[in-house]
Design a protein around this ligand. Sequence first.
Ligand code: NAP
Length: 300
Amino acid sequence: MGAQIIDGKAFAAKVRGQVADHVARLKESHGITPGLAVVLVGEDPASQVYVRSKGKMTVEVGMNSYEHKLDADTAEADLLALIDQLNKDPAVHGILVQLPLPGHLNEDLVINSIDPAKDVDGFHISNVGLLGTGQKSMVPCTPLGCLMMLRDHHGSLSGLDAVVVGRSNIVGKPMAQLLLGDSCTVTIAHSRTKDLPDVVRRADIVVAAVGRPEMVPGDWIKPGATVIDVGINRIDAPEKGEGKTRLVGDVHYPSAAEVAGAITPVPGGVGPMTIACLLANTLTAASRANDLQEPEGLTA
Ligand code: NAP
């Protein structure tokens, strides 16, 4: 295997360490403890796991964690009232509503009721617009993590050809905006893209955010390209025993690692960066709320 492995687990630990240092300084010099409120509606098992680990890591970096668990049948008005209360609470600098929400709740309405300055997921329509126009915004955590790893690996991204496969609002589109912001030449590919292998083959940077196990094989990758695999897919793994599964990305790792210059593994690549960037965003929000200088290297 020729590619350098981009170790997202180690990188995320470094980011969390930087966040913890900044939090300690904020407390000591200004008496401010950043606070992150996470709202979980219902009992989706995967969401419960995410919320638990977000809470744990929030406390580990010295921030306050506020968890609000609501019943699956919570009325929209009650959820909006809670968000209004969190918007007004000066101890809360970041608000995250865990998605997906139960079907009777309007996700767009709920997300857009969060104060954009506290929208640490970066999904509020104001933050989407600010990012798209190159203004200071809250940036979605997963693409921010990908950008940090790319900057770390390449230094400057200016002039590089980047292909983002996937056009979702939470990964593909903001990823493309961030790469454009760093002066890449950006192509967004999706399910209707013609000649996808040829499109991917011209990229210096490939970001795969599709949700299809091992869809991008090595022979789609330009030799030496950097491959960021956002996908998290669980597939059967009979070799591990009956009924066992394993995680794979959207890239066929063994063949892509033969040709790429650098590649993120799954697990241990993009995944750990997402929560690290959530903590970084909460710190950024707390700094902005108090008119303090933003931590360097932790925002776009
Ligand atoms: P999504 O909303 O389902 O979007 C998938 C995108 O892939 C869509 O734009 C779709 O195109 C495109 N697509 C589907 N089939 C395709 C094909 N055959 N060829 C080209 N494009 C195709 O997914 P998402 O929320 O962006 O997530 C993508 C993956 O990232 C998932 O595996 C998810 O679990 C993972 N993820 C990981 C993290 C993390 O922390 N690491 C965070 C978020 C998501 P159309 O728009 O044309 O349908």
